[in-house]
Design a binder for this molecule. Structure first.
Ligand SMILES: Cc1cc2nc3c(=O)[nH]c(=O)nc-3n(C[C@H](O)[C@H](O)[C@H](O)COP(=O)(O)OP(=O)(O)OC[C@H]3O[C@@H](n4cnc5c(N)ncnc54)[C@H](O)[C@@H]3O)c2cc1C
Length: 445
């Protein structure tokens, strides 16, 4: 068995785990990231695409924003469409210059994996039988199999960044966890099409046949969604049927409609709102989808993951540098404050724009009145804009050891004597057979 000693064991190499690993690296804190899928699978997974202003600022400040700078599409506004008419909401004008940036989650993950590899810190793909134990002790353990070897990572802390179906949340005793859950009676059929986006900005559509969303991933790739039943087999939808329904729901009276192109990816995603609280148990900290899920209408999932790990990075930095546990103790409360606001916003966007199977004519008129008010009241538009570009960060970037305004220079040399002393206090020095940073992942060569 390989025994590895680290400060923070991170389960999952999605956005939350990779962002946390790099934030810790920038603060001179050791981590081992363990992912059960392959590198290609993690990068190729098509998911989120809308980054809040704060997430964009975070990526730049971490020095991992060059791809984003090159290929990200800044959007100063978005459209709400109903009754055959599009209404523009000027996000930048309503928020003092803030915007969202469209940059695929797979690109974010690709950039972060490259950054991780450059740090030469451990990142294991295709790990089998991942488990966490001794969470209530000061030496929690992360175990997994890799290339036929058994590995044990002895940690000070474990970060559960392993998404909704991971193993970390279920490792918390049910008696200490409160779960808030709402499953929606519909899902999204999403397609990626080789078609030039016919709008520079997203178009959210309410239609009597159901919700539709026009989005994009690049100047040549259009990303579109249709509301469908939650368990709809994708096989029920031929490409022709998808385009026909897209046109019916999205076309507006002024002649606008999406451009048609070859569909290169399609899938159906069910929708739910979910929160598990608290987000900490002993020395295990949950972050991102492992702790909460939002319906994608508000484009908050990835952004919440980024916000969680920023809060966690500040707490771990304060622990190692200043010997304080105050921020670790407040981690869950600070994160949940933002999580619940994002939950409320995502639920509101979802329930205002989707057609519920049990909706009656009263519900239809109320929805239309809601959208009419939204698109005609500056106060209502400002409220949407403020939440869509992202509420102010819970933690100033500099509190997590990041320069304001961004830098492409890693701060790796910043490990201070005090940090090292603290690390030494925690390390079981001279444990026979203990190897720090054992990396034998062929993916990393
Ligand atoms: C189909 C789909 C579409 C989405 N669209 C949008 C969108 O448009 N906008 C938006 O904001 N959000 C969207 N989301 C949500 C967004 O993608 C997530 O909120 C985001 O991925 C959260 O990041 P995460 O790192 O917390 O979790 P994940 O991205 O789920 O990463 C968790 C990682 O942990 C790994 N893992 C799981 N179990 C284990 C284990 N036992 N051991 C080791 N590793 C493990 C997984 O393989 C994965 O790589 C979408 C999600 C899905 C599923």
């Amino acid at each position: 068995m390989s025994i590895i000693r680290t400060q923070v064991g991170i389960v999952g190499a999605g956005p939350a785990g990779l962002l946390l690993g790099h934030l810790l690296h920038l603060n001179g804190i050791d981590s081992v990231i363990v992912e059960n899928r392959s590198r290609e699978y993690v990068i190729d997974r098509v998911r989120a695409g809308v980054l809040e202003q704060g997430t964009v600022d975070l990526l730049h400040a971490m020095g991992v924003g060059s791809g984003l700078q090159r290929a990200g599409l800044r959007h100063d506004g978005l459209y709400i469409s109903f009754d055959g008419q599009r209404h523009r909401i000027d996000l930048a004008e309503l928020t003092g210059g803030k915007a969202i940036t469209v940059y695929g989650q797979n690109e974010v993950v690709r950039d972060l994996i490259e950054a991780r590899v450059q740090t030469q810190r451990p990142l294991y793909f295709e790990a089998g039988r991942v488990s966490v134990t001794a969470l209530e002790s000061t030496t929690p353990t992360l175990r997994f199999e890799h290339n036929g070897d058994e590995c044990e990572v002895r940690c000070d802390f474990i970060a559960g960044c392993d998404g909704f179906h991971g193993i970390c949340r279920p490792a918390i005793p049910e008696s200490v966890l409160t779960v808030y859950d709402r499953v929606y009676p519909f899902g999204w059929l999403g397609i990626l099409a080789e078609a030039t986006p016919s709008s520079d900005e997203l178009v959210y559509t309410r239609h009597e046949r159901g919700f539709a969303l026009f989005s994009m991933r690049s100047p040549s790739l259009t990303r579109l969604y249709l509301q469908v039943p939650p368990d709809e087999p994708i096989a029920n939808w031929s490409d022709e049927a998808i385009w026909r329904e897209m046109m019916v729901r999205m076309s507006t009276r002024d002649g606008w409609r999406p451009n048609v192109g070859r569909i290169i990816q399609k899938s159906v995603t069910p929708m739910r709102s979910f929160v598990a609280a608290p987000m900490r148990h002993g020395h295990l900290f949950l972050a991102g989808d492992a702790a909460h899920i939002v319906p994608p209408t508000g484009a908050k999932g990835l952004n919440l993951a980024a916000s969680d790990v920023l809060v966690l990075a500040r707490a771990l930095k304060a622990f190692y540098e200043d010997h304080t546990t105050a921020y670790l103790d407040s981690y869950s409360d600070v994160c949940l404050r933002r999580v619940w606001k994002a939950q409320r916003f995502s639920w509101w966007m979802t329930s205002t724009l989707h057609r519920f199977p049990d909706a009656n004519p009263f519900d239809d008129q109320r929805q239309i009145a809601d959208l009419d008010y939204l698109t005609s009241s500056r106060a209502a538009m400002a409220s949407l804009a403020e939440q869509y570009v992202g509420l102010p960060a819970e933690v100033p970037l500099e509190d997590a050891g990041l320069p304001i305004g961004g830098s492409s220079e890693p701060l790796a040399g910043r490990r201070r004597d005090a940090v090292q002393a603290q690390v030494d206090d925690h390390l079981p020095v001279d444990v026979p057979g203990v190897a720090n940073h054992v990396v034998h992942d062929p993916d990393l060569r």
